[in-house]
Design a protein. Structure first.
Length: 113
């Protein structure tokens, strides 16, 4: 756990979140500012700053995030969905604990803004 990390606190249940699914390695909860009818954040239980660091240090966790995303999408009957990692402030990362966004339930345009 990293001091001051919002998502570490959510994983530790120190800050409330709307948790929708969990696996051995990951926790999924609703984004507080949803950008689509389904907007879930899926985070590794162990702190890593971004997706690349996670992939190097705990590669099984990357697979686990996408498996959980697929399970949530299937359980909600989503016909399509988008999974996104923002890395770095320029790409819109605001919480520096790796997290996979799962967005769905509406039609999504491409390219993203
Ligand atoms: P990013 O900008 O890619 O780092 O994504 C961070 C996401 O965390 C944003 O979509 C925020 O809306 C979301 N967020 C911030 N605080 C909370 C919180 N307390 N509970 C759930 N989601 C949050
Ligand atoms: Zn953290």
């Amino acid at each position: 756990m990293v001091m001051g990390c919002l998502f570490c606190k959510i994983v530790a249940l120190e800050i409330p979140a709307d948790i929708v699914a969990e696996s051995e390695l990951s926790v999924a909860f609703n984004d507080i500012s949803p950008q689509a009818p389904t907007h879930v954040l899926i985070v590794p239980k162990v702190h890593f700053q971004n997706a690349a660091e996670l992939a190097y240090e705990q590669p099984d966790s990357i697979a686990d995030l996408f498996q959980l995303a697929g399970e949530i999408a299937e359980s909600r009957g989503l016909s399509g969905y988008r999974t996104v990692f923002n890395t770095g402030a320029e790409a819109g990362q605001s919480v520096f604990h790796a997290h996979l966004h799962l967005l769905g339930g509406r039609s999504l345009s491409w390219p993203p803004g």
